[in-house]
Write a protein that binds this ligand. Sequence first.
Ligand code: GAP
Length: 519
Amino acid sequence: MANDSENLLKKVIAHAKEYGFIFPSSEIYDGLSAVYDYGQNGVELKNNIKEYWWKFMTQLHDNIVGIDAAIFMHPTTWKASGHVDAFNDPMIDNKDSKKRYRADVLVEDAIAKMEEKIEKEVEKAAKRFGESFDKTMFAQTNPRVLEYQKKIDEANERLKNAMNSSDMAAMKQLIVDLEINDPISGTKNWTDVRQFNLMFSTEMGSVAEDANKIYLRPETAQGIFVNFLNVQKTGRMKLPFGIAQIGKAFRNEIVARQFIFRMREFEQMEMQFFIKPGTEMEWYESWKNKRMKWHQALGLGSTNYRFHDHLNLAHYANAACDIQFNFPMGFKELEGIHSRTDFDLKSHEKYSGKKLQYFDTETQQSYVPFVVETSVGLDRMFLSILSNSYKEEKLPSAEGEEGNERVVLSIPPALAPYKIAVLPLVKKDGLAEKGLEVFHQLKTDFRCYYEDKDTIGRRYRRMDAIGTPYCITIDHQTLQDNTVTIRERDSMKQERIAIEKVGEKIQRLVSIHELLKKV
Ligand code: GAP
């Protein structure tokens, strides 16, 4: 991670803690690695992201319904899903730094470095040749670029083969051949690569002899698969249809160092779309586009998103890609879109002995549907919004503003924890009473904040820091003509408006429904 990005992430983490968005879990005991608590502002932002996703999925798609399945599931579920046997990450330790790494990530990082080298060669040549530069021709003929590309292709192929055949010796050899150094110690003193299952297990049952080993779910999707027929029959659903769910998932991640990007307890927003076999590629493309539009509607910048096709497909998929976001540590996975075939339902049929089939009234045939899945991490959504909206700004001198710089979170207004702050200019002269009257009037429609202590400038700063899009100031003129000023967070522009018009004006600007219309 480059220094600037590292600094940005550090600042976001500190800001998130200082302003009640995210705290380390059980902090008084020095925290718990890769586990975090959402504070008073964090939980509001998180709930708003959930609402945006839930309404898009279930309200805007009349063929998608939601469920809320339990975290604990019958242990055979995880045998059938393949997680007991195949939900492993290859891990490796450096004997000098004593640090643990995911072996596949070390290789991917080494490949990314070679890709960067190609980019640099291209940039240099583009400068040298100016207008006449032909990038494709250069990439196909420049000996240095060709050599890097050959190494990249070979490394990708060897990584794919090692992962697919769970050949940990081949993975170790790849790390040796790529001459990968430990980023901490700088040495190549590696242990062998071992497989590590990511599922947490515990025991259910009060008496030790009766206890059954069960797992904390590593994905919410299986709760949907095992309920496929329950929902299809009770909801009289016709193919194609989807089942959506938001809930906690747990993974004993080997390396969990990037704040809420990779956690051991996290939340997923997943949707399984059940379809007729043979139509999966059409639906896969359709969901890729829909999900990208949903992200883009937030206005965090269209160039901050990109698709990334999977080279190493999971055991259940015949096509898969990520929507990556430009996080402070670079482009990384935000959401996964997977064509999961009929793997899960067929496997549950086999292990449970129950039919999980759909009777198609058009063809008069029963079959196991195929599935296209969309799966986005709620915490990663949170980090994408928080890191993108964190801004340090120099201020022009303006009336009521405090100091010459500010930290502002330009969170999309529909997702901001508070929509409105009601701030009497001063506490005396009846302004506080008037302010409270306005606050009580608005709070049934919006999440509002009221504050009458401190200078108005400092109060604006505090609202900027938690991303409140509108501040309503009550001043002496308010008492005479029932007007207030509305200050907009990003531009800091102020406008005078009649109190009775405030609700209507702000509703349009902060409503999730307006955001949904943009998708
Ligand atoms: N049901 C499919 C599935 O679980 P995945 O790609 O392993 O697929 C889906 O996970 C999404 O869940 C990821 O795109 C990411 O946003 C989120 N996610 C996965 N592991 C995570 C972790 N350890 N911490 C936070 N989010 C995670």
